[in-house]
Every structure is written in C-alpha cells, then in structure tokens.
Design a protein around this ligand. Structure first.
Ligand SMILES: Nc1ncnc2c1ncn2[C@@H]1O[C@H](COP(=O)(O)OP(=O)(O)O)[C@@H](O)[C@H]1O
Ligand SMILES: [Mg+2]
Length: 257
C-alpha cells in the first residue's frame, strides 16, 4: 500500500487494459483532478473511493471523453483516448460501458426500447431478430425477463438499476465504468446489485472501475482500492489494507460508513 506507482500485475492479470497518467481537469479556477494515476488490469475490479465532490464522476467521464481533461494521458485497450477522432471514439464507447449514477433510463421508452437504444445508436445487431435475442439475453441475465413492456416509472429503484445494467452490458463491453452503482438504494437491494455486477462480470469477463463510497462495495467487489483526494491518488491498496490503515484520512471512511 502506498502512493507510489501501481503495484505489479496480479497473477493472471498481466494485461493492462487502462492506464491514466497525470490526469488533470479544471473547471476555471476549480482544479478538480491534479495529476491522477491509475491502472486497470484485465479481469480486475478497481474501486475509486473519495468523498463527495472529490472528482470521481468527472474522472470516469474523462475516460470515455464525456469530458476533455486539461492535462495528462489516457490509454484504453492500447489506444490513446485523447487523440481519437469521432468515429474511433464511437468504437471505444462500445468497448467501454458506462453505468450512470442515476440509472438514466429514458422515461418515455419501455424497458425493451431502452435496451435497444444503444444497439441502434452504434448500428449493432442490425436485424430485429438479433436485437430481440440480445434484449432477451440481457433481461434474463438481470432477472427481469417479465418487464420488457413496462415503463421505468412502473419499476422499483433496484429494478431500474438492473435495467440500466442490462442496457450497459448489451454492447458486451470489455471494460465497464460504474458510477455509484448502489447509491440511493436500500442496503439489501444495494447488496443484490453488487452480487449481480460480480455475476455478470464472471459471465462476460469484463474489467471494471467502480466509483463508490459504499464500503460494502469495497469489501465485496474491489480487488484494489484507490483513494482520490485533492485531485490525486492519495493511497492504493486492498480492502484489508485500507481497513487496518492508521492513516486518519483512510480511517474516516470506515468510521462514517
Ligand atoms: N460540468 C461541470 N462544470 C463545472 N464544474 C463541474 C462540472 N462537473 C463537475 N464539476 C465540479 O467538479 C467537482 C467534482 O465533481 P464530481 O466529479 O461530480 O464529484 P464526485 O466525487 O462527487 O463524483 C465538483 O466541485 C463539481 O462541482
Ligand atoms: Mg459523482
């Protein structure tokens, strides 16, 4: 554990799929990211922990260029993300899925239409039979095969999060970025969502960055935790290393959970 360069690859995880170096992002005078470094290896779950407003959402938005950093570099699946043209960026956004903090389903569309949307957007599964097959597969995978024709307003918070998960995974991304996947859910539903994320990761072989301040997520899902503080990676380690840390800043997360 420490603030130095990320640790050597874990057994079976030698392939680096994502690398952030010296990432900087400022909104006018507000320097949110001030040289953030992070690596992600294939098959791994890295959690980024940080207090509210520390720049966690901003950080993962930079990875798919929903925001343009003001400095540093981003390499994803061998590509220099900041140098990509629009078409290459579209391809990248198929390989890198994004689960937004608030589920962000389209309220005027049924569950089924919500799931078809990314397929249309990226010109994938061009026959309706193919699209139907994928919608069925994903809805079954999240345990919601019976909700095809329902609208988001007819679903509970946990069900909406499952649909959002299915919509993210329908493109079969290699990497998934989860922004606070359990926030706003009761603890039991939150636990179910984490279990579902882990199950889907095993079946689809994805690697992920999970943004959260939920320590249950850390304990259950994170192979490694990076603490974002004042725009930099303040510390990095396993859940157990964080838990036994004497650093007051790290201890705070355990006290106030
Ligand atoms: N589009 C934006 N324009 C200006 N400031 C922003 C924008 N998005 C986020 N910020 C600011 O960046 C900081 C980090 O925000 P965010 O990444 O959302 O924090 P969190 O760690 O809670 O996810 C906050 O100070 C926020 O006000
Ligand atoms: Mg956020």
């Amino acid at each position: 554990m420490g603030t130095q360069e990320a640790s050597s690859p874990r057994p079976g995880q030698h392939e680096k799929v994502l690398s952030l170096r010296g990432l900087e992002l400022a909104f006018g005078p507000n320097k949110v990211l001030r040289g953030f470094d992070l690596d992600l290896y294939r098959g791994e779950n890295v959690m980024v922990l940080g207090k509210s407003g520390s720049g966690k959402s901003v950080l993962i938005k930079c990875i798919v260029r929903l925001l343009m950093p003001t400095g540093g570099s981003i390499e994803v699946l061998g590509q220099d993300v900041l140098a990509l043209g629009q078409e290459e960026l579209d391809h990248l956004r198929v390989k890198v899925g994004f689960l937004f903090q608030s589920s962000a389903l389209y309220d005027s569309m049924t569950v089924e239409e919500n799931l078809r949307f990314p397929l249309r957007r990226h010109w994938l599964a061009t026959t309706s039979g193919e699209a139907d097959g994928l919608v069925d597969e994903m809805l079954s995978a999240v345990g919601l095969a019976h909700t095809r024709k329902l609208f988001p307003s007819e679903l509970s918070g946990g069900m909406k999060r499952r649909v959002a998960l299915a919509r993210t995974l329908i493109l079969k991304p290699e990497i998934v970025l989860y922004d606070e996947p359990t926030t706003g859910l009761d603890p039991i539903t939150g636990k179910e969502i984490v279990e579902l994320i882990l199950k889907l990761q095993r079946s689809y072989g994805t690697s992920s960055i999970i943004i959260s301040h939920d320590l249950h997520v850390a304990r259950m899902a994170a192979n490694r935790i990076a603490l974002l503080h004042e725009g930099r990676k303040y510390a990095e380690g396993t859940y157990d290393e964080f838990r036994s840390s004497q650093d007051p800043l790290i201890q705070n997360f355990f006290i106030f959970m």
